[in-house]
Ligand binder design. Sequence first.
Ligand code: ATP
Ligand code: MG
Length: 583
Amino acid sequence: MEHAAIHKRPKRAPVLTNYESECAAFSWAKARAQLAGLPGGRGLNIAHEALDRHLETPTADKIALRCLPKSGPPIDLTYRALAHYSARFANLLGRLGVAPGERVFALAGRIPALYGAALGALRHRAVFCPMFSAFGPEPVQQRLALGDGRVLVTTPALYQRKVLPIRARLPGLRHVLLTGCVPGNALPPDTLDLDALLAAEKSEHEIAPTRPDDPALLHFTSGTTGAPKGALHVHEAVVAHVATARYALDLQADDVFWCTADPGWVTGTSYGIVAPLALGVTSIIDEAEFEPRRWYELLERERVSVWYTAPTAVRMLIKAGSALARERRLPALRFIASVGEPLNAEAVRWGLEAFDLPIHDNWWQTETGGIMIANYAALPIKPGSMGKPLPGIEAAIVRREGERVQVVAPGDEGELALRPGWPSMFRAYLNEDARYQKCFVDGWYLSGDLARKDADGTFWFVGRADDVIKTSGHLVGPFEVESALMSHPAVLEAGVIGKPDPIAGAVIKAFVALKPGFERSDALARELLGFARTRLGPAVAPKEIAFTDALPKTRSGKVLRRLLKARELGLPEGDLSTLEPEK
Ligand code: ATP
Ligand code: MG
């Protein structure tokens, strides 16, 4: 079901004005030529693009990161200060004997040291791997072991709780660097005081020649469909980070940008660190967790102009009511985007109600390293769609037929595939070469997501291949059913699974969380079933509804349908290392 397109005039001239002509004129070689490159043709290094290239320009003294700690005043880091911090960190890695290509992990909240360490590791040509600070000891151990972590940057408190219990199982972890140690307190055995060591290092550091395909970043996937995979990215990914941030986020040098994702997920690195710095933008880094009132205050006080967030946050803001947003004056805010899960048409339109701005959905994955399909500032939005491929990205809907891949007709469902060759494409699944190879068939990268492309070239998400339900001969994507339920005024969020059934193959069951002010009742359940039937038809509508307070989600905010299903069927729950604690 299609909703009316939204065409809101951008508040300023967007980077991308004419989609077709930009796509026709685009080449990755031209995008690469817009970056500086290491002086003397010595290659391409993310840290040089993010920091050093700005040092001879007025951007050097501009605020790169405005870090808002959980308590206390903001900490502003200029481009120059961040360059110096990262230089010290790189010098320290050299002194510790860390070789290029070795892995530097971080387990820290969104504090300045995390960003400095990331950029320092990239300068040194080590591979940086950020972990979400809320992970428990097991997920931390799993990732450090899989990634063969040589160095870990963390805080004394996180070390005690999460690393100490598993340290003995990590013989390859040679250096643990603690930031924020209290002077006078003894350091735990086998750890080093990062801040003290950095103070002794020089703030000059020359980046050694870096090949564009030297490894740079390691990111674990969200673990929505199974155990997280380690996706390896290279330095030339920065070409895609920059180009896509300009096109899909409309990011321009004088913006104040807030990417709400934690660097523990790829969004928080590609668009929370690399792209905004390479574009000379000021980023807001918020250490604290989500809280609607505080988020709105932040948008107002910091005069955020471009805001990149996720559907789960949007849903929580919807729950808190648009009046809270309306209390704020947000004249600077001009562009809102979302990624991570399908953004329902209702959520896109809610943006208009709360901010006078629609929310622009875009699609990508840890594996793609950057945004692949997006709604753009200059184009009308078809609410509920993911938009159109970025310039330089060839996307198609395909069907696998053995070793061959067939592009399907417009309007038909199939797997979303991309033509390999964009710079931020992952280059390996760590220690899983066969799995990596299996993603590439007949000249395409197969994403594992199902989608449709309409006649006008707009892409619509259907569901993950793993979540699709076969019921009475129909293939049903959960998103369609969930979206229909969410257009009922009582429904805040919904998660849909297939329950094995001897006759239908599977019947559709929906788990539903209600908005404040609505009570669970059999009558409401019946009403929702009827409502869904009218919208979707009897074949696709759920047959069962269960109310729940909240849906189980990953820490990056994705509905864990496999967990809903495992629980429903009494099956093993599988890898839950990324499960957000349930309230
Ligand atoms: P895992 O691969 O470990 O199961 P994951 O796929 O959730 O976890 P990520 O790489 O963080 O890990 O997420 C990418 C996936 O998120 C996409 O493949 C897609 O299923 C979903 N996704 C991201 N953006 C969108 C979007 N705009 N609309 C619909 N789905 C999206
Ligand atoms: Mg995935």
